[in-house]
Design a protein around this ligand. Sequence first.
Ligand code: NAD
Length: 495
Amino acid sequence: MTVAQPDLHHDRQFPDIQAASRGLYIDGGWVSSQSGKTIEVIDPSTEAILAAVPDATIEDAAAAVESAARAAVSWRETAPRKRSEILRRCFELMIERAEMLATLISMENGKALRDARGEVAYAAEFFRWNAEEAVRITGEYGVAPSGSNRIIVDYQPIGICLLITPWNFPAAMATRKIAPALAAGCPVILKPASETPLTAYALASIYEEAGVPPGVVNVLTTSNPGPVTAAILADPRVRKLSFTGSTGVGRTLLAEAAKHVISCSMELGGNAPFIVFDDADLEAALDGAMIAKMRNAGEACTAANRIYVQSGIHDAFAEGLTRRMAALNVGAGTDALTECGPMITRKAVEKIGRLVDDAKTRGAKVLCGGELSKDPGFFYPPTVLSDVPADADMAHEEIFGPVAPISRFQSEEEAIELANNTEYGLAAYVYTRDLARGLRVSSKIEAGMIALNRGLVSDPAAPFGGVKQSGLGREGGQHHGIAEFMEAKYIATSF
Ligand code: NAD
């Protein structure tokens, strides 16, 4: 008996790289850049060129703003139910094409397929969640304390939004912004990261098929993000900037937006502490640490960046984590057996190497990994360090890679002090069987999100965001995500 071999080129689940790199997506069409130049997209597993996407200019950006402006009035006046149904269709199409999207994410970002599948499910959920929220946007009504008038508060779409996203979650960081913006009635211009543009363009085709009208979503890639996004922000019709990326670039963009008094939402860098108390369930803490550290091979803003373990459980935890980290399969993201894919660029690998060398110089011990491979691809091996001192660079900078630095602590007060000894405040993880202690510590840690006896915190139904240098505003959650794309209008009236 002969078994038919699948023809990948006719398999709808195989990504169509050519279609995903055919042009900028402006006004519901695919157009070339006015520069005629392109940006190469590199496969981090092999260092081969995957595709080339257009390199947008300031003129292309102006065309995107024009297109969004033309679409703005009819989109804000589209009935919430209709907007909701279009968003729901985006969710359904993403789920239908989940395997194709996951493969594309693995190819351009390098993350393991299992992580990419998780990302697609998470990214699609923002459309389902916001389809449900789109029909539940309400206002307020009250009597003024003086009794002389009524107070009506109406929530209106803020206007054209510029969305800028990083490479580490090419689908989810885009849908976490696009879905609530569309639900609120705003048109958007998305500027995805140049390292991972193909997913953003593949998703644009899905939005089009789902019925998103021309001009409501525009996508452009550029190698010149500063001037191109500054030109977009300078157009008075643009009223919102929603950015996810590093704190440094976030500061630059806040300054740019300040010139035009533009509303900003900022999802910035993290430096999450992962605290394990003596009374923790050891196996649960190890499971949680592997998720918090190794989702996306450590390339996550919520990644456990500093692991603090109380003395009584320290050695057992360090031994268990080393065993698990050393057993991980490292390989190309698209290989089904891979558990830890490559980093995004050579520069990222070099940064991790620098942080590990610095920690070693300051007395940290290498329990596994720590050595660079000479093979092609931007790989860094899963690494565990112990006795990492508080003055090591990696205690203050995002590692953004598969390196787990363990430090010992004695008391609850010391753990809280260590956790808060950072300019960041995005996520934190706490493991203890004592719920009162867990809640007490959670309330004292300066972070926007705490995972208590869990290794995963992200959920489209919960408000995601940070404090301190980790950002401004929230994404997802009941009302929070959509509220970032709306403005309150107060009407005073009496009768
Ligand atoms: P990055 O700040 O280098 O880039 C983010 C985006 O900004 C990219 O699209 C990039 O092209 C663009 N950009 C760069 N310079 C710009 C400029 N001058 N003007 C306008 N746009 C510019 O970040 P990255 O390396 O892509 O992503 C990693 C960072 O993102 C990490 O710090 C991580 O913690 C953070 N992150 C945060 C969250 C969150 O929700 N808080 C989520 C994911 C990633």
